[in-house]
Write a protein that binds this ligand. Structure first.
Ligand code: PLP
Length: 218
């Protein structure tokens, strides 16, 4: 067990008090580290790579809820469609259509988040506001996907004001388009990682994706 796992109870408590879901990002981390967190009660884990998820999942308890948080290629949807509880980072209508198609095949409904491009420059993935509006206007026809909300990644910077403005923008998009998401719950706003989750909490995150702070550096 890495030393970092010892921080878990404290982080968990803070997030629970805020009503925020903690997804423990376990990419590049071994089975033993995941099990260590599992034994402390953690059930939501996030992976970025299809192959890694396929390798790890059969070796771990079946009640783990897996979140796919990486960039998903259309031709790989079929491999993970029945293994994920939430596909975050859906960044094109074509990808959403493919998830819907695989969901129909498997007679299930797959929960997703749409990724919004909030960072300056570096990440090329995600919708802008117009793209988001366009895809949201079509989701009602995709009966086997359920879009629960939005996901975003802030700029890789230590400038708090920049990060805060990006998170605030994502939250404002979730509020603006709230009528497209299931009406019986608040829209999911997936934002915040190890270095910036405290800002995300202040800006109304409902789900944080934390890796290195729990598992140690990758
Ligand atoms: C790796 C990753 C994280 C976790 O990053 P940390 O800085 O280790 O907390 C969160 N979200 C996404 C999309 C990632 O790829």
């Amino acid at each position: 067990m890495t030393i970092a796992v010892e921080r878990y109870p404290e982080i968990k408590k803070e997030l629970e008090a805020a009503g925020v879901l903690l997804v423990a990002v376990s990419k590049k981390k071994p089975i033993e580290d995941i099990l260590a967190l599992y034994k402390l009660g953690q059930r939501d884990f996030g992976e970025n790579y299809v192959q890694e998820l396929l390798e790890k999942q059969p070796l771990l308890p079946a009640d783990i809820r897996w979140h796919f948080i990486g960039h998903l290629q259309r031709n790989k949807v079929k491999y993970i469609a029945n293994r994920c509880s939430l596909i975050q980072g859906v960044d094109s209508l074509a990808l959403l259509n493919e998830i819907n198609k695989q969901a129909i095949r498997q007679h299930r409904i797959i929960d997703c988040l749409l990724q919004v491009h909030i960072a300056q420059g570096e990440t090329k993935f995600g919708f802008d506001e117009a793209g988001l509006a366009a895809v949201l206007s079509q989701i009602a026809d995709r009966k086997n996907v359920r879009v629960l909300g939005l996901m975003g990644m802030a700029s890789f910077t230590n400038q708090e004001t920049v990060i805060r403005a990006e998170f605030r923008y994502l939250k404002s998009m979730a509020n603006k388009f709230a009528h497209y998401f299931p009406v019986d719950k608040t829209p999911v706003v997936s934002m915040g990682m190890s270095g910036d989750y405290w800002i995300a909490l202040e800006e109304g995150s409902t789900l944080v994706r934390i890796g290195s702070l729990l598992f140690g550096a990758r």
